[in-house]
Write a protein that binds this ligand. Structure first.
Ligand SMILES: NC(=O)c1ccc[n+]([C@@H]2O[C@H](COP(=O)([O-])OP(=O)(O)OC[C@H]3O[C@@H](n4cnc5c(N)ncnc54)[C@H](OP(=O)(O)O)[C@@H]3O)[C@@H](O)[C@H]2O)c1
Length: 309
């Protein structure tokens, strides 16, 4: 984990939809935990600048992050330094209504994918982020009451107004993704995936996206930090296997995990979760090498606790 990173690290770019309409950095900086980072506005600007210097220009948000507070923290940085906006891509999400003192009208935690809520939530994200447009807006969770036609209409309305340039979903099944994608072109499905959560490889999520030429975005690629801290036998074994490969390849531990994820043919786009620029660099380093097939399968075997048949 102490392996030095190359000085000239530069994150490549990726078109999540193969038609090339949207371009993101190959690694996207996740902002979910930003309230925990306790940064001044100057520190937030410096962090965004350091990410851009590494080629990490895409930033992942949601209306609800930090109890409806993270977009505002990020927006304060954009207001203080407006020239940042045209150098980055902003991703946000909508559709969850949290119980929160900031939203006293919410009487129960629930989903809302009505046209009215999607449009209002996107407009509030624009206000909080101090911007006139989102590059990508995702429906955060599949809503049992969602109407695919209505979501497509909301997306079309936001696109016509120039308020949102591209759309996607998060945590959708293959069938849910394809149902909405038939109505309006989606750029991604953002799902949980890591060596401690391999389900999307086996439940058709990744296969379906690969077939459509759409790249998934990956949340919690380091299992929210549990890859480093979990003490159950499975996690301990997995950690030893990854560490052995990392030492042999002279790469940082987390770079091997990011490389393992990005090697999948559906072209997964991992999100980072850290406010440390070194951790973003380690993720970018994962774009610079591929794992030998035997090492890739050694991690899969340790992740699942058994060989492939
Ligand atoms: N769509 C969804 O439903 C959904 C759900 C959850 C998250 N997300 C998105 O995904 C992003 C990433 O998720 P995540 O934060 O769970 O990602 P993650 O990378 O799996 O976990 C980040 C955590 O791992 C720790 N970590 C990173 N490198 C480490 C190292 N070398 N040693 C020890 N700990 C290390 C970080 O601690 P430090 O801060 O100390 O580095 C942080 O607490 C979020 O920011 C958010 O944008 C989306």
């Amino acid at each position: 984990m102490t392996t030095a990173l190359p000085r000239d690290l530069s994150c490549p770019r990726i078109a999540p939809r193969k038609d090339g309409s949207l371009s993101l950095s190959r690694i996207v900086a996740g902002m979910w935990r930003m309230t925990e980072w306790d940064m001044t506005v100057e520190a937030r600007i410096a962090f965004i600048e350091q990410c851009i210097a590494l080629g990490v220009t895409s930033f992942d948000h949601a209306d609800i992050y930090g109890n409806y507070g993270v977009e505002g923290l990020f927006g304060d940085a954009l207001r203080a330094q407006p020239s940042l906006r045209d150098r980055i891509e902003l991703v946000s999400k909508c559709g969850i209504k949290l119980l929160s003192s900031k939203r006293p009208d919410h009487t129960i935690q629930h989903y809302d994918t009505t046209r009215e809520h999607i449009v209002a939530s996107a407009e509030e994200s624009l206000r909080q982020l101090h911007t006139d447009r989102l590059d990508l807006l995702l429906i955060h969770r599949p809503d049992p009451l969602m109407d695919f036609d209505e979501i497509a209409e909301a997306f079309t309305q936001l696109k016509r107004a120039g308020k949102v340039l591209h759309f996607g979903v998060s945590n959708f099944s293959r069938h849910q993704f394809e149902s909405l994608d038939r109505r309006i072109a989606l750029a991604t499905n953002q799902v949980e995936f890591s060596p401690l959560h391999v389900a999307p490889m086996f439940d058709e999520t990744f296969d379906g996206l690969q077939d459509r030429g759409v790249a998934p975005m990956i949340w919690s690629p380091l299992a929210g930090g549990r890859l480093f801290s979990a003490h159950d036998a499975n996690a301990e074994t997995l950690r030893l296997v990854i560490k052995d490969i990392a030492d042999r390849l002279h790469q940082p531990f987390a770079s091997v995990v990011f490389a393992w994820i990005m090697q999948l043919p559906s072209r997964p786009i991992p999100l980072t979760g850290s406010g440390r620029i070194e951790a973003i660099g380690v993720a970018v380093a994962g774009t610079t090498f591929r794992l030998p097939r035997a090492d890739w399968f050694a991690i899969l075997r340790a992740a699942r606790g058994h060989e492939v048949a």
